[in-house]
Design a protein around this ligand. Structure first.
Ligand code: PDD
Length: 294
């Protein structure tokens, strides 16, 4: 993985990432009491920044957590870090925790305790040409996460274990199943294509409302009929195509599941078309203001 860029933002100050310090008594460290966002920057423009900041606000509200910055403040931090990085393809990471108290206490801290805010930028991990040509391997695993996966919490232990389990099986993503239904990937949303129709599971407490998924659904409109509905584990295994989508990976084809080929075992025509449409869309919106919808 490429090194992050040197400048970060921590609690109101821009400073070298290597010098940034947070107390070990921060509730993010003690309790994973925090939320985060990952915003992709393509062609120099943060993609879906408004949607990411809305989701951050929603995660904070669901956890009754204060924000260190209003929305315009996050926009400014994003723009400054992107400008400092000086590259067109990036990932901006933002995190908020419930702050630091002197001691450890499960209950929310006193009103005076300020939330911790942090942001930094890394190079965008563009998919290798071999991934675009051959697709990814995935493993189907039981979803062992908590009951509020719609909140983008930094408490990612189950996601970490599932992703590592997939990796140990030679796969690049774990596609998660609960009660026989696909929820999402360990860090992505999931689409299946069958008989010329796209399907993806609906928003619920079991999945993160994906920003890339919404972009894919919008790009599919007027072209590929799409059903937002439950997808069974059987359907996943028998699909013509499977895609995963996330800020960090864009939309990528899954061409094998648990060692068996999906469809023809190569990236399908639906994905080829969607990938090209997404690239064209990113080119088209490159010059627009960051908070403008697109
Ligand atoms: N993860 N579901 C989970 C569990 C995720 O962690 C992510 C993204 C997604 C896709 O959401 P979006 O399209 O808005 O990125 C779905 C980020 C990239 C991460 O943890 O690095």
């Amino acid at each position: 993985m490429a090194d992050p860029f040197p400048t970060c933002w921590l609690n109101g100050a821009y400073l070298p990432l290597a010098d940034a310090r947070v107390s070990p008594l921060d509730r993010g460290f003690l309790f994973a009491d925090g939320v985060y966002e990952v915003v992709p920057v393509h062609r120099g423009r943060p993609f879906r920044l408004r949607q990411h900041l809305e989701r951050l606000e929603r995660s904070l509200a669901e956890l009754r957590m204060r924000t260190p910055l209003a929305r315009e403040g996050w926009v400014e931090v994003t723009n400054r870090l992107v400008a400092a990085a000086g590259e067109p393809e990036l990932l901006v990471y933002m995190q908020v925790t419930r702050g630091t108290e002197f001691g450890r206490n499960h209950l929310f801290p006193a009103d005076g305790v300020a939330p911790t805010g942090f942001a930094y930028v890394s190079p965008y991990p563009a998919p290798a040409p071999a991934v675009l040509q051959r697709g990814l391997a995935a493993s189907m695993l039981e979803d062992t996460r908590w009951a509020r996966c719609d909140i983008k919490s930094v408490a990612l232990l189950a996601n970490v274990l599932l992703r590592q389990d997939a990796q140990d099986r030679g796969s690049s993503e774990a596609i998660l199943v609960r009660d026989g239904r696909v929820t999402e990937g360990s860090s992505s949303t999931v689409f299946v294509v069958r008989a010329g129709r796209l399907a993806t599971p609906p928003d619920s407490h079991s999945i993160l409302p994906g920003t890339t998924r919404d972009a894919v659904l919008e790009l599919a409109r007027d072209w590929l009929p799409c059903d937002v509905r439950d997808v069974s584990s059987d359907e996943l295994a028998r699909a013509d195509e499977v895609w995963i989508a996330s800020a960090g990976r864009g939309v990528l084809p899954v061409t094998s599941l648990d060692g068996r080929a999906i469809g023809a075992g190569v990236p399908g025509p639906g994905w080829q078309d969607m990938y090209a449409r997404l690239q064209r869309h990113l080119d088209e919106i490159a010059g627009r203001p960051a908070m403008e919808d697109a």
